[in-house]
Design a protein around this ligand. Structure first.
Ligand code: GH3
Ligand code: MG
Ligand code: MG
Ligand code: MG
Length: 311
């Protein structure tokens, strides 16, 4: 009933979709009550270089979402006790999976029923038996768009740094990791000094350029494992995993000094900008408590006359 898969042909095909570029394998979750169908899907997806997670029991869906964090979900329509549409609704109720692509794959040929299913949270309706190349092309296109959308959602558009929401998300993740690995963790907050004056004197576009210049500066000088976010207007947050407080202070003091020496161009003039910094060391507490302590340290730096780092 289902055509045998020619692996060679499939691999060749996926490379043509990606224009020869290697992409991180898409994580695809498949729910189909037919074991044979599920197994067939697993073979096709794996041959195409994707990571497949197969379930045959609809009751496992919540657990599978949690455990596997799929980027794309493929749902059968008719299963004992429930329909794919009901499963789609359950998936859509979870914030994290609100925009993950859902593809129905069913033998249902009634277009009215297909459209109804798509109106309830599905993105595509493919019919069985499916040509594996058609299936892979659909998954690849949906996956690529989902990824580029996610990449945009976590970034600040002016600086390209992580935005406020994602920075806090990363901080929570790093706290979990620091606890597991019994490693130190530091959190730093940076606020540009007298930035209003920069805008007032040189104009908003020059102010924007200063923000980008500091972003580049931080990216160049910090490690790949550090996370840099734009916390607010002219405020930045830095997460320093596996870093002792004294090391964090030394690194940020060095960056602060170098940045203050950097000449910022404004037409035929040049000017200098400084920042203040507050650092908090993780003390087996919550991300909120850590942020508050970093904020208080930053406030101290401002009180002490700015252009300094407080730990
Ligand atoms: P302080 O040393 O006390 O931090 O003084 P400040 O002037 O930097 O402090 P304040 O927080 O009062 O002002 C921040 C200014 O940053 C206000 C706002 O106009 C400016 N700002 C915020 N976001 C942006 C932005 O995206 N671009 C530009 N050009 N300016 C921004
Ligand atoms: Mg079925
Ligand atoms: Mg500020
Ligand atoms: Mg400021």
């Amino acid at each position: 009933f289902y055509p045998a898969v020619d692996p060679g042909q499939l691999i060749e095909k996926i490379e043509t979709y990606t224009h020869g570029n290697t992409v991180e394998p898409y994580k695809v979750l498949v729910l189909d009550d037919s074991r044979a169908q599920a197994k067939y899907m697993e073979t096709v997806l794996k041959k195409a270089g994707m990571t497949a997670h197969i379930i045959t029991d609809p009751m496992q869906i919540i657990h599978a979402l949690e455990e596997f964090s799929p980027e794309i979900i493929i749902l059968d329509m008719y299963m004992p006790g429930c329909t794919g549409m009901e499963i789609a609704r359950v998936i859509r109720q979870q914030d994290r999976f609100h925009s993950v692509p859902i593809i129905y794959l069913s033998a249902e040929e009634d277009v009215t029923k297909q459209l109804h299913a798509m109106s309830l949270g599905g993105d595509d309706f493919l019919t069985k038996p499916i040509d594996p190349k058609h299936l892979i092309a659909t998954i690849h296109n949906r996956g690529r768009r989902a990824r580029s959308l996610l990449a945009l959602m976590i970034r600040d558009s002016l600086t390209g740094l992580f935005n406020h929401t994602h920075t806090l998300h990363l901080l929570d993740q790093e706290i979990v990791r620091a606890r597991q690995k019994q490693q130190p963790l530091c959190f730093a907050m940076i606020d540009i000094d007298y930035f209003k004056k920069v805008n007032d004197t040189f104009g908003h576009p020059i102010g924007d350029r200063v923000l980008r210049s500091l972003s580049m500066f931080l990216k160049q000088r910090l490690r790949k494992t550090d996370h840099i976010g734009r916390y607010g207007g002219e405020e930045f947050a830095i997460i320093l995993p596996n870093t002792r407080p004294s090391d964090a202070r030394n690194v940020l003091n060095e960056i602060r000094e170098r940045f203050s020496e950097l000449q910022q161009p404004a037409g035929d003039r040049e000017f200098n900008v400084t920042f203040s910094c507050g650092i908090a060391a993780w003390d087996d507490d919550t991300s909120q408590a850590l942020c508050e302590r970093a904020d208080r340290a930053l406030y101290s730096s401002k009180e002490l006359g700015r252009n300094c780092v407080t730990l």
